[in-house]
Design a protein. Structure first.
Lengths: 112, 114
């Protein structure tokens, strides 16, 4: 498995601001990408996904951007709220293969 | 629809013992995947079961095993527990077919090995 450090990247934002969480993925053959949110003591919660034939997808208050050229994924959260405070993971896999590979995660803290 | 459920939620074992964790997928989901989450290694894929067969496997030793029943419920077993097996074990279910196949996670079982 991938080795990640003990210290997660952190992002601290003011309530109401927009947040951008970035992720670099490793496999250029990956064709499906997901963002998960994990709150303390809970399992990861699905937020939004995107297929490799798209470069942008929008949900409610969230937007995912995919740049396949540089293997980069980002999650934008509009009008960030205290309830958005959590660890956010990006995950990549190939269709018909549930061996998802997760990034290290980013801890988002929203200050009131 | 009820979400993915995992039992037990917390477990304390000692080195050398074995443990069995249980996962009930979302109704209609036929694929169950297991992950180990630790602060040092993050989220790592253990294995996936679909229609009672292991379909994918991660890089874990043979002490980690699993199975799936005809009702799609799954169990994972860890034998000869080591201190390093202390982790949050997460189960995720998905339909197992179609594109894309989004996985939904349960709350996890927190295993502590003393």
């Amino acid at each position: 498995g991938e080795s990640v450090g003990l210290h997660l990247p952190t992002l601290s934002v003011q309530e109401g601001d927009n947040s951008i969480i970035n992720c670099a993925y490793s496999n250029s053959a990956s064709d499906y990408f997901i963002w998960y949110k994990q709150e303390s003591g809970k399992g990861p919660q699905f937020i939004i996904d995107i297929r490799s034939n798209m470069d942008k997808r929008q949900g409610q208050r969230v937007t995912v951007l995919l740049n396949k050229t540089v293997k980069h994924l980002s999650l934008q959260i509009a009008a960030t709220q205290p309830g958005d405070s959590a660890v956010y993971f990006c995950a990549e896999n190939k269709y018909n293969n549930n061996d998802m590979r997760f990034g290290a995660g980013t801890r988002l803290t929203v200050k009131p | 629809k009820a979400g993915v459920t995992q039992t037990p939620r917390y477990l304390i074992k000692t080195r050398g013992q074995q443990v069995t964790l249980s996962c009930s997928p979302i109704s209609g989901h036929r694929s169950v995947s297991w992950y180990q989450q630790t602060p040092g290694q993050g989220l790592q894929f253990l294995f996936e079961y679909f229609s009672e067969t292991q379909r994918n496997k991660g890089n874990f030793p043979g002490r980690f095993s699993g199975r799936q029943f005809s009702n799609s419920r799954s169990e994972m077993n860890v034998s000869t527990l080591e201190l390093g097996d202390s982790a949050l074990y997460l189960c995720a279910s998905s339909l197992g077919r179609g594109l894309p196949d989004t996985q939904y996670f349960g709350p996890g079982t927190r295993l502590t090995v003393l």
